[in-house]
Design a protein around this ligand. Structure first.
Ligand SMILES: [Fe+2]
Ligand SMILES: [Fe+2]
Length: 273
């Protein structure tokens, strides 16, 4: 099974640039074109939050149009830039989304890997939270299928990254979540967004990671007092390949055109010297 993870799309209304600089629509268009041209094609796409920039209905409408070329199931969770009600309305035809106005969390049992989407958002807050109610729900879900390989995906990563201004708006108290995950070895991975770059950490007996954004990347700045900033580094997304014998292997895709492919060997089979 091949799972694509696109994150932090930050779609704006027509004619608006994110932070006055970033044409997030053009970047997502390029990422979707890269994704849909890949062979083998992904079996599922996870969008790990900050789907749009300001939770506006028109932004979700624009996002839906941009995602239209994707032929496999797409699973969405909110980030701190999203709005639950507008997200639900924008994805009203996505039957897996829970009804009502509560947390947007769900488990998908249709694939070789069980996919559990979590909602770390608290309205009006930039930081993330997995409160007792959300953890109780997750505990019940994990207890239902202890033998099925499972990926958890959420917006806020459950570990501090060393990028101080982002850690200030990280997941509040990840310890109870870590304790729960540690009791469930079927959890193959914990996939997050929010950081706008690729970062990995050992977490609760598994591996937790963040993926590059499809648009702008948060500055790799590990000085505690460094100001919050971003760069237009090459954008990307990740491909998580699940093979039963080996588990999940993750690749970071860089979106864009680069010289190549070049051969290693000449027509006689010798390495080119
Ligand atoms: Fe973001
Ligand atoms: Fe975020």
């Amino acid at each position: 099974m091949l799972i694509a993870q696109l994150t932090d799309l930050h779609i704006k209304p027509s004619g608006r640039l994110a932070y006055g600089v970033v044409d997030t629509t053009a970047y997502l268009t390029a990422a979707v074109a890269d994704l849909t041209a890949r062979r083998p094609a992904p079996d599922a796409v996870l969008l790990t939050g900050d789907l749009v920039d300001a939770g506006r209905p028109e932004e979700y409408a624009r996002l839906r149009a941009l995602l239209a070329p994707i032929r496999c199931p797409v699973y969405v969770i909110p980030g701190n830039h999203d709005d639950r009600a507008a997200l639900r309305a924008g994805f009203a035809d996505h039957a897996y989304l829970p009804k009502g106005d509560g947390f947007i969390h769900y488990a998908i049992d249709d694939h070789p890997v069980r996919l559990i989407g979590l909602d770390t958002t608290d309205p009006g807050e930039a930081g993330g939270n997995l409160c007792a109610a959300r953890l109780d729900w997750l505990a019940e879900q994990l207890a239902r299928a202890p033998a099925r390989p499972t990926i958890l995906f959420l917006h806020h990563p459950p570990f501090p990254t060393g990028i101080a201004h982002m850690d200030k708006i990280g997941l509040i108290d990840p310890a109870p979540f870590a304790a729960l995950v540690a009791r469930h070895p079927q959890v193959e991975r914990v996939l997050a967004g929010h950081l706008h770059r690729s970062i990995q950490a050992r977490f609760a007996g598994t591996l937790a990671s963040t993926a590059p954004a499809t648009c702008h990347q948060v500055a790799l700045e590990l000085e505690p007092e460094a100001p919050a900033a971003f760069y237009m580094e090459p954008p990307g997304y990740q491909l998580h390949l699940y093979v039963p014998e080996t588990g999940v292997v993750s690749h970071t895709v860089t979106v864009g055109r680069y010289p190549g492919p070049y051969p290693f060997r000449d027509e006689t089979g010798a390495l080119i010297d």
